[in-house]
Design a protein. Structure first.
Length: 260
């Protein structure tokens, strides 16, 4: 019963965080403040009443429309809140209610924002990638256990190696792609995002995230190519998915392929 109660409250906590992440996704992509003004309808600018801003529930009660102007509210708002709540519950199951849980909850929140901003605008805000990389270094120093280390300096070292490995390998591949294809093949935002992933998860997870993201991106890219003839896709979302996969299964994946 205690575990069920914890899971329930963590889910509530997650969907509330998800509601704020929706604000970040909408405003960061448009280079607006995430603090001011207060939440309002983008169509009619009317401030959103508190009872119309209850995660998940308000969307269902309003049937996905603004109360004042009846403009449609994208389903993404509901999806982000629900996804955040579910991922927080999975993190609880993985780490328990510990400092590591809160570190990775913040990390996953950043990945969610990066994913949906990249889908919409083909950019990854520096506030997420660069700020997240700095946060990963600090968190690894304060809580070295997130890197599997036993001292603060060892945790910081592993985080730094992860940042360099993640950002470095993607930068090298991007330079090679630019030379081969005579055009930009890898965005700077993707490089900084993988550096952030490495800062939180270490160099092994950063290097593993790249082939996993490439696999996920290739599958989706083929489908998009067949349907729309579009050949360019946002890579950030697949790096984020790969990072989340690594949180739960990196050890098993590495053990399977490399017997480590």
């Amino acid at each position: 019963m205690v575990e069920v109660a914890q899971g329930f409250f963590v889910f509530l906590f997650g969907i509330c965080i998800g509601s704020f992440l929706n604000v970040c996704i909408y405003r960061m992509g448009r280079e607006k403040s995430v603090v001011r003004p207060a939440s309002h309808c983008p169509a009619c600018q009317h401030p959103i009443r508190w009872y119309d801003n209850i995660p998940l529930i308000s969307y269902l009660l309003l049937k996905g429309r603004c109360r004042d102007c009846r403009a449609g509210i994208p389903f993404r708002y509901f999806l982000v809140e629900f996804l955040t709540g579910v991922l927080f519950v999975f993190l609880l199951g993985r780490f328990g209610l510990s400092p590591v849980f809160f570190v990775f909850a913040a990390f996953v929140s950043g990945l969610i924002v990066a994913t949906f901003v990249d889908f919409d605008f083909r950019i990854i805000p520096d506030e997420i990638s660069v700020g997240g990389a700095v946060a990963g270094l600090l968190a690894s120093f304060i809580f070295p256990q997130i890197q599997g280390a036993y001292s603060h300096l060892a945790g910081l070292r592993e985080s730094f190696f992860g940042l360099v490995a993640g950002g470095g390998i993607l930068w090298v591949l991007g330079c090679a792609g630019d030379f081969i294809f005579k055009k930009e093949s890898m965005g700077g935002g993707d490089i900084k995002l993988l550096a952030m992933i490495g800062a939180f998860m270490g160099w092994k997870a950063a290097l593993l995230a790249l082939p996993l993201a490439s696999l996920f991106g290739a599958v989706v890219g083929i489908v998009i190519k067949l349907k729309t003839k579009e050949s360019v896709i946002a890579f950030g979302p697949y790096l984020s998915i790969a990072a989340i996969v690594n949180i739960f299964w990196a050890d098993k994946i590495l053990a399977f392929f490399f017997c480590v």
